[in-house]
Design a protein around this ligand. Sequence first.
Ligand SMILES: Cc1cc2nc3c(=O)[nH]c(=O)nc-3n(C[C@H](O)[C@H](O)[C@H](O)COP(=O)(O)O)c2cc1C
Length: 199
Amino acid sequence: MKKILITYDSGYGATADVAKTIAEKLTGEGLNVDLCIVGSKDPVGYDAAIVGSPIRLSQCTPKIKKFLKTNHSALSHIQVAFFFTCMCVTNNESELELPLYIDPGFNNPNQPRARIKLMEDNHAASYYLKYILKITPGISPLSISFFKGRLNTSKLSMFHRLIMRFAMFALPEIQNGDYLNKAAIRDWAGRLATRLKFG
Ligand SMILES: Cc1cc2nc3c(=O)[nH]c(=O)nc-3n(C[C@H](O)[C@H](O)[C@H](O)COP(=O)(O)O)c2cc1C
């Protein structure tokens, strides 16, 4: 049976919840899944790795970057998929030519309503993925998903709260709330399971 590593970073629990939902779905599909926080296991010995991160300041987290760099060689020999949680993403799939899945819970993914133009540009899927694609040459992800996450500014560290207050002003689509869409997560994971089993 194929062995799948699901590894993720999560500051406030949303990405961890998405990772758990993916793990449940893949296990239900008969795959052998190990779910762990990033850095606790490397991908050697696995047939596939599914790597998840919250988007922070339009990037994945430093721990995910480190994991991707450190394990680049192992990852380039197995199947790889990425998932992200964020509050806003604009879908410019045609520019990217990548197998993107965008949670239908995102409003008008082609029409951001930023008060500050820069915020429109740096909330595009292509912008979020720029650095990741740069550090993973030779890796062709099976799928890359963006799920709407969870934000509660009253629970953030003071520094993060300041950043997010500015982001919410600049980009009114970013709102507090729990937007995790388990149906979308299961849907994505189900399609991925089919590809992992037979790919
Ligand atoms: C410091 C900080 C920066 C963030 N930057 C972005 C961003 O650039 N774009 C976005 O859509 N969401 C952004 N978010 C929202 C998070 O991506 C979202 O709340 C995510 O679901 C959090 O996942 P976690 O609970 O696993 O940490 C940011 C959140 C924080 C705390």
